[in-house]
Design a protein around this ligand. Sequence first.
Ligand code: SF4
Ligand code: FES
Length: 542
Amino acid sequence: MPTMNVDGKNIAWDGKKMILQACLDAGMEIPHYCYHQGLSIVASCRICLVEIESPDPKDPAKLVKVPKLVPSCQTPAVDGMKVHSISPKSVANQKAVMEFLLLNHPLDCPVCDQAGECHLQDYSYQYGRSESRFEEDKAKKPKKEIGKHVLLYSDRCIMCTRCVRFTREISGTGELGVFGRGHREEIDVFQGKSLDNPLSGNVIDICPVGALLDKDFLFTQRVWFLKKTASISPFSSGGENIFIEHNQGRVYRIKPRFNADVNKWWISDDIRYGWDFIHNNRLQAPAAKGLPQELTAGQSIGQLNQIIKNAAATASASTVLVLSPYDSTEEMFLAALWIRRVDPQAWLVLNPPKVDGQDQIFKNPSTGAVTYTLHAEKAPNHKGAEKVLAKLSGNICTLADLPGKIQSGKIHAGIVMADPLAHSDAALEAALGALENLVVLSTRPDGLAARVALALPVCTWAEKSGVFENAAGRIQAFQQAIAPLENTRSSGGIFWDLMDLAGTYDPVAVRRMMTELGLTEYANVAIPEHHEKIELMQFTEL
Ligand code: SF4
Ligand code: FES
């Protein structure tokens, strides 16, 4: 493996890498603004310049000092090289670049949403002057809305062009450009355009300063109060890796979590902004038709047990369990295991996920490389549901088969694990509308939950842990971010109690049961780490 010496420390790397990337991968930081691993290299901000001594091609044992500073983001790392990023010459350049960038930058950190995760703020602390020598008036530039989700505060922009390159190379939509020259230079959308592509929110993440801001998150929370929990997107079959950022039981935003094999650094706006169902329109307590008093959680589970057992005891009839591809595989597995234990003839049905047209593939227009896939299937765990059905086989049918079976008296009671996003309300109503003894496990009070024999409030994915399997068959764990809403439990917890298992619901224990039953792919699912605080300096992630 090639090695080089950076500020006295030897670091090694694989393959071809630029000096900056090799350093970042080794956990060493060199200040940078315009460089982003997912974008082309323009080497325009000049803060990453370093001094290097490179092996002489004619005599590799001899090091030749390069007379000028070189951009570490754009200079290939060479075996045997020496890099000086904290030498007096390199630091003088970092200070000069900082002074230049701060000439026109407003001093509004106390009211800027980016404070706490701003590279300009962090580097200013390390390399900036305590006083400005600039005596002229700062250039005034506009604040404006440039898209449905994105605000541009032009006077905070440092012209790194990451956002412009994103729209040209990742979304391929090219709405943004650089307009004007000199100190009048500005980022803006082209005339008549707005930044409304399905990946638009990513420009907020990659902007190293507070120039591009999230309208939804604006002034809602200081970032240093946020905790972040590693999770998986529940909005599509892509299995996009995300962080849920939250404080005191409330989710404030969703950010992409880097995964080279799944979503890289990006997520779609559907994922970023689709989470309001966590805090809105929730079923708050068990609701039973015909019972005057409110049920406790224990009573409602007893009632569910009774409804299914009574139907299973009817010689001519059976029961049905409708699985939701929004639930974790463990929950569906426990639910199916339990109903088959109570009623071996129970029908298992998969509520099919909504499919919205075809997958939308984004490509870099210059290279043709696929940059992101927006999956048409709008549920996270279709594959997991299919696996549960395959394992438990026996009586399996489709939603379309149910009305006939209900009308002929073959099915007398059922359980629906409802879809939290209401995509399938009409299909469920058409399939199960005639069934009187129906229990719904739902996050919402509407849909079937509003009129069935019993509705049990359950958690959203942010309030529980488990695994989803994406369209490519990748099994990924997600972690509980916030405490469940009062009176709600996970579907897994409800079936865990019905199965009479000891202790509290434990998805890892369920995965062990699944492994023992031959689903060996659940043996070693990696659990992502929990972050008590967001890291305020996330250079290697950005
Ligand atoms: S708006 Fe942000 S990302 Fe775009 S050029 Fe300015 S500083 Fe860079
Ligand atoms: S990060 Fe190298 S020049 Fe901007």
